[in-house]
Design a protein around this ligand. Structure first.
Ligand code: ATP
Ligand code: MG
Length: 348
């Protein structure tokens, strides 16, 4: 459905020297440097899936989406959206896709939201019943009427995003590319947007490609993940597969309290070196273990032998932790997942 084959996008940037003299010199210099924003990316996104396109700032997500939506032409390689090369057939491609770029507006800056929608109604030749149905839905879910007739340029970021999201779906596109669609939205509206995209996907089987730095968006919407790091794909598969790449896992258990919690934690950390144990207020003990040193079977066997277990469960690894490691990937200045605590010197 959506295919990228060795997709590359390079930008040519003039070398800039510092200071005013440097800026002036740039006007006459012929020195350039090449930035490879997308570095040979290949992937296939199946029809009807909801894929999170994940990566740190500058990883090349927006640039890839610009090529998929036809705004940019690849330097080399190619991509196909529903069998169409988007940059060669921009208009045909546009009819089959809905696009939101949180960082830049797709709407007419000087027009009000209702006027923009009326134009989109005509441009996309949306059948009247479809237009009326969608308008009613977005009015309801995104409170579009509250935006009134204010020109788009005067709307707040969150107000504009509500209009952008509704505009991207007005023509029932089979594919939506949403690049940071919840940027600037408050919690209630973020929830409404997540609900809306899931509703549209359920009703119409829409293929969703979403980038977001909000992990909750990814968890609430997506079933698949495409992870890019410095212009290259480093993981493609289900979110579940991505979670399986976690380097730490956890077990929580209740036991009959023969030993004090602090003592129990110390016993676990001593018996399983490299494992971290902590007790919660409810008396439950949490054990975090590195998967390269222990299997869940070994950890459980140890706990069963030492404690009189009443109940025990293993929560899903934390998506945020997994992504922190992917994003970190040897970058300088990365904050470790857990910062060791030092006792404060000299009181408060
Ligand atoms: N028009 C452009 N001219 C020059 N360089 C660009 C241009 N657009 C993007 N880049 C560079 O390409 C790289 C990838 O940028 P891109 O916007 O695709 O990243 P991103 O993954 O969307 O990041 P973010 O999460 O911050 O939105 C960055 O190094 C960026 O500076
Ligand atoms: Mg971006």
């Amino acid at each position: 459905m959506i295919v990228a084959e060795n997709l590359v996008k390079e930008f040519r940037l003039a070398e800039r020297k510092p200071g005013l003299a440097g800026s002036l010199a740039t006007l006459f210099t012929r020195k350039h440097r090449i930035v490879r924003a997308v570095d040979g990316v290949s992937f296939t996104i199946p029809a009807g899936s909801k894929t999170a396109y994940i990566g740190a700032n500058g990883a090349g997500k927006s640039t890839t989406i610009k090529m998929l939506t036809g705004i940019m032409t690849p330097t080399s390689g190619r991509c196909l959206v529903r069998g169409i090369e988007p940059y060669r057939h921009r208009k045909t491609n546009a009819r089959g896709i809905g696009v939101v770029f949180g960082q830049r507006s797709q709407l007419w800056w000087d027009l009000s939201v209702p006027d923009s929608f009326r134009i989109l109604h005509r441009i996309y030749e949306i059948p009247d019943p479809v237009y009326r149905r969608n308008l009613a839905l977005y009015r309801d879910l995104l409170d579009i009427d509250a935006l009134g007739t204010t020109p788009v340029r005067q709307l707040s970021l969150g107000q504009r995003m509500r209009a952008e999201i509704a505009a991207s779906l007005l023509h029932d596109p089979p594919v939506v590319f949403w690049d940071e669609p919840t940027i600037g939205l408050d919690m209630v509206l973020k929830d409404a947007v997540r609900h809306l995209v899931n509703h549209v996907h359920r009703e119409l089987g829409t293929t969703v490609v979403l980038t977001s730095h909000d992990i909750t968006d990814i968890a609430a919407i997506c079933d698949s993940a495409l992870v890019v790091d410095r212009g290259r794909v480093v993981h493609q598969g289900s979110i579940r597969d991505l979670l399986r790449t976690a380097d730490r896992r956890s077990v929580l258990f209740d036991h009959r309290n023969a030993t004090a919690p602090e003592r129990a934690c110390a016993d676990i950390e001593q018996g399983l070196p490299g494992v971290r144990a902590s007790s919660a207020e409810d008396g439950r003990i949490r054990v975090d273990y590195p998967v390269d040193r222990f299997t869940s079977r070994q950890v459980l066997a140890f706990l069963l032998e030492r404690f009189d277990l009443v109940d025990c469960y293993a929560p899903e690894p934390d998506l945020e932790d997994v992504l922190r490691r992917v994003y970190g990937g040897g970058r300088p200045g990365t904050v470790p997942a857990e910062i060791p605590c030092r006792p404060a010197a000299g009181g408060a």
